[in-house]
Design a protein around this ligand. Structure first.
Ligand code: XBP
Ligand code: MG
Length: 249
């Protein structure tokens, strides 16, 4: 197999955005809306199996006597909270609170220089991707990516493969010519269902998840693994990819 494209997840993969980014911003929004509940670090980890911030809140409302009873009201509240949460998240990111994970910028840069196609394949909102990538790669961050597929662009979020199928179409390669860069179990499931091998870099919230079926599992791109010791370069990844079979993912 020849590696021709990298498809990047955002939350947990490009940066540790969940615990001190999204979670903190959700709690700030709850407070602003005079809601009594907060999501602590552990509880948020449990809630992460619901992908999509709005969907996550709607799920959590089920357990909150304070939440509106009518479905329409619940939707309205979730939408308003989510909008505000994303503004607060962007502020946190702009303040410099969230850094790229080790090796991420190096690999994006190398892939760009060597002419690989790259896309973003995420469940998060476009405004969040914009805020994060501007800080990480600069004002013209879009030049690195042939496609940016976000939560708003799909009918079904991860673990559904839709986001990966769209990203593949954007980069114009076959699933067995791409590598999904992921951190989570729902992300791995989505990539595999699209036929794309996945390299997992374990993030805080998915440190102990079962990643069987992944193409590779690393702590991060500076550390690598036994087969590809860090710092992981694009050349090393391409060589490993060339030696694997389409079913290896
Ligand atoms: C990320 C998500 C998102 C973020 C919050 O999953 O599930 O919901 O937690 O972003 P992945 P929004 O990394 O697999 O894409 O509030 O914008 O949904
Ligand atoms: Mg992720």
């Amino acid at each position: 197999m020849t590696l021709r494209a990298l498809l990047w997840d955002v939350d947990g993969t490009l940066a540790e955005t969940e615990r001190d980014g999204h979670r903190a911003a959700f709690n700030m929004a709850f407070k602003e809306f005079s809601l009594s509940w907060r999501w602590d670090v552990e509880a948020y980890g449990q809630l992460l199996h619901i992908t999509g911030g709005r969907e996550r809140m709607l799920h959590d409302f089920e357990t909150r006597p304070e939440a509106p009873r009518e479905p329409v009201e619940r939707e309205r509240l979730a939408l308003a909270l989510h909008r505000r949460k994303n503004e607060l998240y962007a502020q946190l990111v702009r303040q410099g609170g969230i850094q790229a994970r080790p090796g991420v910028k190096r690999l994006i840069e190398q892939a760009h220089q060597q002419g690989l196609r790259q896309a973003i394949a995420t469940t998060t909102s476009r405004s969040n991707v914009n805020a994060l990538l501007r800080g990480m790669l600069g004002e013209d961050w879009q030049r690195y990516f042939a496609g940016v597929v976000c939560g708003e662009d799909v009918e079904h979020k991860k673990p559904d493969p839709e986001v990966y199928l769209r990203a593949l179409a954007d980069v114009g390669v076959e699933p067995y010519e791409a590598l999904a860069m992921e951190d989570s179990a729902p992300g791995l499931k989505a990539a595999r269902a699209a036929g794309v091998p996945a390299l997992i870099t374990r993030s805080i919230y998915f440190a102990n998840s079962d990643f069987s079926g992944a193409w590779a599992v690393m702590d991060d791109l500076d550390q690598g693994d036994a087969q590809t010791p860090g710092p992981v370069s694009l050349d090393a990844l391409s060589a490993r990819y060339a030696a694997s079979t389409p079913t290896a993912g």
